[in-house]
Ligand binder design. Structure first.
Ligand SMILES: Cc1ncc(C[n+]2csc(CCOP(=O)(O)OP(=O)(O)O)c2C)c(N)n1
Ligand code: SF4
Length: 538
């Protein structure tokens, strides 16, 4: 069998391709982006015409994948953890419709928030939707679990959640491939009402899902991804989940772990094995990346001093784990901690020199000077860095799309001027519906859609907004006379200031599109050609 050196994210993609994948559906987001990019660049996937184009957002991705599963084929959905909030309606309901062709939802969590707004733990979503969850401890398991996830999904006719975290997604290791499977043919569900979630059907399907829980648990009990390893010293038992297993093993490189260890890679938890370790050992240490979900289940509502972990401070309550933190929880002493030399300067993230967002902010700041601080509701993208010195240009960043709706809410409160700043990709992800609300109520806001023809922050993926922004705004109902496009250069600064000031006097929705290509894409000849072909007003 072929061995490959793969990132965790790539191992998932390769596992899915080898399992007979017909389509990946995704919206970019660190640390999940590389899964889809691997499929996009994979020769065999191209030959097989495996679907791999980006979706507008995580919800549309999830729904398209449910559609592919409905048609009997195997589909993979990928997103970062906060993307699952966007896809949640479709995701939770997909547990009720069930799957036809295998449906695996790969979600990459970002504990320590390396590039995210929060560090939510997607395993809760799996538990909430009551579906099986797989959590690999290394790249090989990321491959194997994805490969197996499709089988599991088809065996029980439910979607399966595959949860990884940043460190696993972005580190490389050798991966052994399994036999390549053929793609499924088109085959409609046996129960043609399965996907019709009318209450009468949904009730029946939900009862079925509840009844399936015992089967899911039995599968976990027999799973090769969950295993119990005996240990002589029963003063402590260790329950360790996903990548935390690696951190545990790094503390025992040349010696046997003296304690019994229950490694968890598949949920629901294998109750019999958990009971066994709990009854056999004096204390239990739960080591898990993310929220203390397993620890909480074990502790229950009442205090339980036997179970140690993130809740009682044995491990830190938040942030990523690492071998040292795990070692400290096991009583190891580390006295070789090196401090960072003064020579090393902290380097906060910054926008690239020559980025169009910077010039747009400089003009915006000057236009707002007479009104004081607090008027700019921004969004998520490279332009969020406008919050930092020296620009200090924005006052909010909550979730994808919230700029327009927050500006609307502030305008509803009578706060003026109320300005929204959003990028092109974020606009089509979830800004458009907010703009429709604003148009419907003739809200007094100015929306800056900073268009750089790409999804800059996540590595220059195709933006669904490409060449369509003015038409979308017109279609939504923004008055054509209040849609403006300009190139945010130093030379045009005064023009932009005058325009913003002029539109502050208009009582309704104004859209201003500062448009300049992201400097990181200027070497992309194909993109340059496509921009020229648009013959857009700039
Ligand atoms: C729900 C959700 N999905 C994905 C992301 C990851 N993400 C952060 S910003 C961004 C898009 C940025 O593109 P754009 O709005 O065009 O701005 P640019 O970075 O190009 O300036 C993405 C996909 C996220 N933070 N939240
Ligand atoms: S990657 Fe592009 S959009 Fe992001 S800061 Fe750099 S130039 Fe600006």
């Amino acid at each position: 069998m072929q061995n490959l050196l793969l990132l965790g994210a790539e191992a998932i993609a390769q596992g899915a391709l080898d399992a007979g994948l017909s389509g990946v559906y995704a919206y970019p987001g660190t640390p999940s982006t590389e899964i889809t990019e691997y499929v996009q660049h994979n020769k065999s996937a191209k030959n097989r015409k495996v679907h791999s184009q980006w979706s507008s957002n995580e919800k549309t991705a999830m729904e398209a994948a449910i559609g592919m599963s409905y048609a009997g084929k195997r589909a993979l959905v990928c997103m970062k953890h906060v993307g699952l909030n966007v896809a949640a309606d479709a995701f939770v309901n997909s547990a009720i419709t069930g799957a036809n062709g295998g449906l695996v939802v790969a979600v990459a969590d970002d504990p320590s928030m390396h590039s995210s707004q929060n560090e939510q733990d997607s395993r809760y979503y799996g538990k909430f939707a009551m579906i099986p969850v797989l959590e690999p401890s290394n790249q090989q398991e990321a491959y194997d679990m994805t490969y197996y996830g499709f089988e599991l999904s088809e065996k029980f006719q439910v979607p399966v959640l595959l949860r990884i975290t940043t460190r696993l997604s972005h580190s490389r290791s050798g991966v052994k491939r399994a036999t390549e499977k053929q793609e499924n043919g088109i085959k409609l569900p046996d129960d043609m009402r399965q996907f019709v979630l009318l209450p009468v059907i949904a009730k029946r399907r939900y009862k079925g899902l509840i009844e399936s829980q015992a089967k899911f648990e039995q599968d976990s009990e027999n799973s090769t991804f969950n295993h119990y390893k005996e240990g002589k010293d029963k003063s402590l038992g260790i329950i360790v989940c996903g990548i935390a297993y690696n951190y545990l093993m790094e503390n025992y490189v040349n010696e046997e772990i003296p304690y019994p260890v229950l490694k968890i890679g598949q949920y629901p938890l294998p109750r019999k094995q958990v009971k066994k370790i709990y009854n056999e050992c004096d204390k239990i240490l739960v080591i898990e990346e993310g929220y203390p979900i397993v620890e909480e289940m074990l502790k229950g509502f009442l205090a339980n001093d036997k179970v140690k972990g993130r809740l009682d401070g044995t491990l830190p309550r938040d942030g990523e784990l690492n071998p040292r933190l795990v070692g400290q929880a096991l009583g190891f002493k580390f006295d070789d901690i090196k401090t960072i030399p003064d020579l090393v300067e902290g380097r906060p993230p910054a926008m690239c020199v020559g980025c169009g967002h910077i010039d747009a902010y400089i003009a915006l700041n000057e236009a707002l000077e007479e009104f004081g601080d607090g008027h700019v509701f921004a969004d998520i993208g490279c332009y969020t860095l406008g919050a930092l010195e020296p620009l200090n240009a924005i006052n909010s960043c909550v979730d994808m799309g919230a700029s327009i709706t927050m500006a609307k809410g502030a305008a509803d409160a009578g706060f003026q001027p109320a300005i929204a700043v959003i990028g092109d990709s974020t606009f089509t992800h979830s800004g458009m519906t907010g703009l429709l609300d604003a148009v419907s109520e003739k809200s007094n806001i100015i929306v800056l859609i900073s268009d750089n023809f790409t999804t800059g922050m996540t590595g220059q993926q195709e933006s669904q907004a490409f060449g369509k922004i003015e038409d979308i705004c017109k279609g939504i109902g923004v008055d054509e006379e209040h849609i403006f496009v300009l190139n945010p250069t130093k030379r045009k600064k005064q023009e932009m200031i005058d325009l913003i000031k002029q539109e502050m006097k208009y009582e309704g929705v104004t859209v201003i599109i500062p448009r300049r290509q992201c400097v990181q894409t200027v070497k992309d000849k194909d993109l340059g050609q496509r921009i020229r072909e648009l013959k857009l007003k700039v």
